[in-house]
Design a protein around this ligand. Structure first.
Ligand code: ADP
Ligand code: 5GP
Length: 200
């Protein structure tokens, strides 16, 4: 489950609620060269790495995708996603729009969701609430102009107005996606095998 949004769109908030309320989901931790913000924990929020270590991971093919966002490098370790999938859980990836495109190319079975606040005023208010300096807000809104042009690439749009409703929407998307025939091949094969072996 790939969640993307302009900065301030609510990726982190929605992800935290989703993980709290639905045990099917597990966050696939990504790595970044940016400094940890107060309260962020290495291994929980991000793997905070040096630019050198990031480069080594990238060259060794250990990143599923990577991108430069607002001057810092970010990348999804293959091991993070594989570890969650191995447990039979749904990896939740909160990555930028370019990253979402890369993941979808590599993993066509990924589900891509674009989050938007109900309006621009709300987005700006939420960015201010996060105490972003004015310069940061300006940069993030400039980036948002490019990101919004990519919205039609995503399969689902969720409006992040009321938090609990946005979280419910994402859980419903997972419910529907899990029922798709393309994700049910193992069950169908098992039923077919039982039918072949069945004797009245
Ligand atoms: P992102 O991770 O996409 O940059 P955040 O999750 O940090 O966005 O959200 C930006 C700000 O908006 C945070 O201060 C968060 O508390 C607030 N926020 C997010 N979703 C909602 C919501 N549905 N209602 C009210 N405030 C919200
Ligand atoms: P922040 O620094 O605010 O935590 O994140 C900045 C942006 O980078 C957000 O849009 C976030 O979703 C994105 N991001 C975080 N990790 C990754 C990643 O591994 N790959 C990509 N492409 N983007 C990421």
């Amino acid at each position: 489950m790939v969640l993307s949004a302009p900065s301030g769109g609510g990726k982190t908030t929605i992800r935290d609620q989703l993980l709290r309320h639905d045990r099917r989901f597990r966050f696939s931790v990504t790595c970044t060269t940016r400094a940890a913000r107060p309260g962020e924990v290495h291994g929980r929020d991000y793997y905070f790495v040096t630019p050198g270590a990031f480069e080594r991971l990238r060259k060794a093919g250990k990143l599923l995708e990577w991108a430069r966002v607002h001057g810092n490098l970010y990348g999804t370790p293959v091991s993070s996603v594989a570890g969650v999938l191995r447990k039979g859980l749904i990896p939740v990836m909160t990555i930028d729009v370019a990253g979402a495109r890369s993941v979808k190319e590599i993993f066509p079975e990924a589900v891509t969701v674009f989050l938007l606040p109900p309006g621009l005023k709300t987005l700006v208010r939420r960015l201010r609430k996060r105490r972003e300096p004015a310069a940061n807000i300006r940069i993030r809104l400039e980036t948002a102009k490019k990101e919004i042009k990519e919205a039609s690439f995503f399969e689902y749009l969720v409006i992040n107005d009321k938090l609990d409703e946005a979280v419910r929407d994402i859980r419903e998307i997972a419910d529907i996606e899990c029922m798709k025939i393309s994700r049910k091949q193992a069950e169908i094969k098992r039923f077919g095998r039982e039918l072949l072996e069945f004797k009245i």
